[in-house]
Write a protein that binds this ligand. Structure first.
Ligand SMILES: Nc1ncnc2c1ncn2[C@@H]1O[C@H](COP(=O)(O)OP(=O)(O)O)[C@@H](O)[C@H]1O
Ligand SMILES: [Mg+2]
Length: 305
């Protein structure tokens, strides 16, 4: 087993986490993925993107608001809906059973059985879409009932409590309603839901963007600990490059629908190749000690990110 060398410079990196990454074993491969929004004029949101995610790896996907991160993530999980259309490309999931699954061709029951079981997702802004008048327990039960119809009620209660404990929420909160929880707790519940079926890949789309720094770091620590415990791979999406430098094994930098650079966090930090990556790094005062001009890439969707 070849390991990706330890990469992240920041204090969040747990010692020896690289031993969880098997650089020779891909779990998800995207090849030449192109996605368009069929509006007038059409928006070519993702352009010929290829990348491989390895078992146990945290792969950061960085780039300005509107560059296509969320659209690409939806493409990986076959979640695109009109007017979005995958024009070209392949997405292959390499199951731990040894079977390869062609994600793009999945339909109906096969697709339902695949999603959440194999790849789960923490959606952008999801913590604000938790139904405020439904208990945490019912929301966790929903996932379990749909995918594990043979579980008894007692097992589901036990599993719900266990999931909350895993993400650092008091299990007695299982009877709370979303409106009774802080933003950080709601996001932890979303992560618990994504963990519920022990997926091999978790896609996290801006999971901490709306939270204050202290809460954010608590959640990131939890994600890293869980990754070590369960060895799932993570695609972590954010515009926050310094955060990715701390938590990711590798980072892909996206610009106007294309991945312009993909390397270990250390290489991105110490010798960024693409001018856009260099500008992104220079624009964070925490990294350079000075405030650089923040780069706008043109045509970002307001309010998205
Ligand atoms: N439903 C839609 N219809 C048309 N264009 C869209 C739609 N959703 C997103 N886009 C466009 O696709 C591009 C990529 O958006 P998105 O994937 O949300 O970027 P990011 O997640 O990086 O902020 C943007 O230019 C955005 O305006
Ligand atoms: Mg987005």
């Amino acid at each position: 087993m070849t390991m990706i060398p330890k990469t992240s410079p920041g204090p969040l990196t747990s010692p020896g986490h690289d031993r969880y990454v098997d650089a020779l074993t891909p779990v998800l491969t995207a090849r030449n993925v192109s996605i368009e929004y069929e509006v007038t004029p059409p928006v070519h949101a993702v352009k010929n993107v290829s990348l491989t995610l390895h078992r146990g790896e945290i792969l950061g996907l960085a780039g300005e608001s509107g560059c296509g991160k969320t659209t690409f993530a939806y493409g990986l999980n076959k979640l695109l809906k009109p007017p979005a259309l995958m024009r070209a490309g392949e997405v292959i999931f390499h199951d731990e059973s040894g079977k390869d699954i062609d994600v793009v061709s999945l339909e109906g029951d096969n697709l339902r059985a695949f999603r959440w079981d194999k790849i789960s997702m923490v959606f952008q802004g999801a913590m604000n879409s938790l139904n405020p008048v439904i208990s945490v327990r019912s929301q966790l039960f929903d996932v379990l009932t749909t995918h594990r119809p043979n579980m008894t009620k007692k097992q589901k209660v036990a599993r719900s409590r266990e999931l909350l404990t895993l993400v650092g929420v008091d299990p007695d909160r299982v009877n709370s309603y979303a409106h009774e929880l802080s933003g950080g707790m709601r996001q932890r519940v979303m992560i618990a839901m994504a963990l519920a079926l022990q997926p091999q890949v978790m896609i996290m789309d801006e999971p901490t963007t709306a939270l204050d720094v202290v809460v954010q770091r608590g959640i990131l620590r939890e994600v890293m600990r869980l990754r070590e415990e369960f060895n799932f791979a993570v695609i972590f999406i954010t515009h926050d490059l310094p955060m990715l430098l701390e938590i990711s094994d590798r980072i892909a930098v996206m610009l106007r629908g294309e991945i312009v650079e993909l390397d270990t966090s250390e290489a991105i930090y110490t010798k960024p190749q693409h001018p856009y990556t260099q500008k992104l790094l220079a624009s964070f005062p925490s990294l350079t000690g000075e405030r650089g001009d923040f780069v706008r890439t043109g045509d970002p969707a307001e309010g998205r990110g």
